[in-house]
Every structure is written in structure tokens, then in C-alpha cells.
Design a protein around this ligand. Sequence first.
Ligand SMILES: NC(=O)c1ccc[n+]([C@@H]2O[C@H](COP(=O)([O-])OP(=O)(O)OC[C@H]3O[C@@H](n4cnc5c(N)ncnc54)[C@H](OP(=O)(O)O)[C@@H]3O)[C@@H](O)[C@H]2O)c1
Length: 301
Amino acid sequence: MNVLVTGATGFVGQRLVPALLDAGHEVSVLVRDRTRYDAPDNVAVYEGDVLEPAGLDDALADVDAAYYLIHAMGGGRGFEERDRRGARNFASAAEAAGVDRVIYLSGLGVSGDDLSAHLRSRREVEAVLGRGAYELTVLRAAIIVGHGSASFRIVRQLSSRLPVMITPRWVSTRVQPIAIADVIAYLVGVLDAPETAGGTFEIGGPELLTYREMLSTVGRILTGREPYIVPVPVLTPRLSAYWVDLVTDVPAGVAHPLIDGMATDVVVTDDRIRSLVPVELTPFETAVERAIDEETAGGGR
Ligand SMILES: NC(=O)c1ccc[n+]([C@@H]2O[C@H](COP(=O)([O-])OP(=O)(O)OC[C@H]3O[C@@H](n4cnc5c(N)ncnc54)[C@H](OP(=O)(O)O)[C@@H]3O)[C@@H](O)[C@H]2O)c1
């Protein structure tokens, strides 16, 4: 199949491209700056920005399936408008090019009024991409565990840098993190599962944890001791976001929207994908150990 990967310089895209090549697909990528992308052999590189529709047609010509792995939080405030505009441009160009399938990796979280701005924006991108005349597959994931994942980086740095943590009540929020290897297996697998075309699916790892359990486990793996966590009711997610700025090096534009989302449970409520794309799920501790090994080895991001 001829497959286009957008967001190929990103945490997920970087790993998806070699996996698609291994699966025997013809792969091309869309990147904003080709000098920052080290293309594997046999990968065609197109330069383009989804906020500039003119550059998208060449990349999408003769493409059977396209992955949309883009979010605009890296550009800071106003990411919702950029997310919406980018998705709209991409959907129009993919439709005009006659692409059969688009696959979007979105965020997990029960839909409702209390969704954070970040998760609302993911839902809006799903809706905008869904208007194109192709079959859209949406995979929704919570925190993806791997070296280079912004959300996992926050967890890792908080749990290893602070022996004592004063936290908001979100430490009791439930989360179902998933290993990057499993996300890649699902992303590649949906191409061979026609039943997934046109569907929205939730993907998650084998364990359901609270943020407190996740922070404790990561702290223990990294430092040999679990951080002492003291939840206090007065600390709002907004205040804790400023405090995360002091402890981690994840840029505020990315960290704040993610922290705002920590009040919402992000767990799988519908596991239909398991029978359509069988993936042997990686235990959380194994995923964390692999992420740390990769970071130590200096690979990936
Ligand atoms: N990481 C997680 O834990 C997680 C969890 C659930 C869902 N997701 C979703 O998975 C997808 C990929 O996430 P990620 O973690 O791989 O993100 P990432 O590492 O931040 O990568 C984002 C990618 O988007 C590209 N991009 C941004 N704006 C663009 C534009 N206007 N035109 C073209 N490309 C643009 C970036 O390119 P540049 O290199 O040019 O900036 C980069 O390649 C996102 O939709 C995200 O919401 C991620």
C-alpha cells in the first residue's frame, strides 16, 4: 500500500515509519523542514505544513492511506484554532487526492463538558477529519509510554526529581497508559483490518492505574524509592501546571494543556479493537524500563 505519514519527525511518527516499511508498505512522509528529518532508505520526503494547504497536494497524490499524527500544542496558545485549521486543510487535500483511508491518533477521555481544552481539541480534529470523503479510523490513546513522549516525560521527571510531592486531587484520576510499541502495532495493524475503516477505537495498556500509582511505579523504577505523595484539595490543576514548569523541562505550551486534562479519567471503555487487531500488550513496568533504556542509550528522542 502507498502510505503517507504526517508528523514523521514526532515521537510517534518517527517510530511508525520504519514499522510500516517492515510491514512491506511504500512509505512517504510530510515534514515541515526536511533538513530536520533523517529519512530511512526508500522513504519519499515531501515538505509541507498543514496550515498552508498549497503544499499538501503533491504529498497526497497516489496515496492509499494517510496517517495524521499532528497536534499544534508545540506552537503554544491558540492551539485549538491551529488544530482545527490544519485538520480542515488536510481533510480537503486528502479528499481531493482520492485518498481511501485516513488514520488519526487521538486522545482518550470520556466525552463531556468537563473535557480539557486539549481533549476537546482532539475531538474536534476527529470531527473535522471525519467530514472528508474517505474512511477515517480514529485510535484514542491516553499517555503513551516511550522515550520522547511529552506526557510520559512529565510523569518521569516528576517522579524522579521530587522525593515528596504535594499534588492536587488528580492523583486519584484513573489512567490506562500504553507502550509505544503497542501503539505502533495498532497503527500498522489497522491497515490490514478493513473492519476498522470508518471506526473510532480506544487503545490502552494492560493495567488501569491511578496517577498516584503511575508516579510511584516510575519513581521506584528510576530511583529505587517511591515518592511520598500528599494530595491536597486546594491545589487546582492550573496551579499544579505552574509547579510542573519548575520541575520538568517540558515546554509550558505542551505541559499545561496536558496537566489540565488530568482531572478526567482516561481509560478504555470499549475494547472492540482487541478482536480486530490482536496485539500482545506490554506491561506498564516493561514499557517504562524500555523507555528508560532507550533514553540511556541515546536513541529516539
Ligand atoms: N504522546 C502521547 O502520549 C500521545 C497520547 C495520545 C495521543 N497522542 C497523539 O498522537 C499524535 C502524535 O503525537 P506525538 O506525541 O508524536 O507528538 P510530537 O512528538 O509533538 O509530534 C508532533 C508532530 O506534528 C508535526 N506538526 C506540528 N504542526 C504541524 C503543521 N502545522 N504541519 C505539519 N506538521 C506539523 C510536528 O512537526 P515539526 O517537527 O515540524 O514540529 C511533529 O512531527 C498527536 O495527534 C497526539 O495528540 C499522543
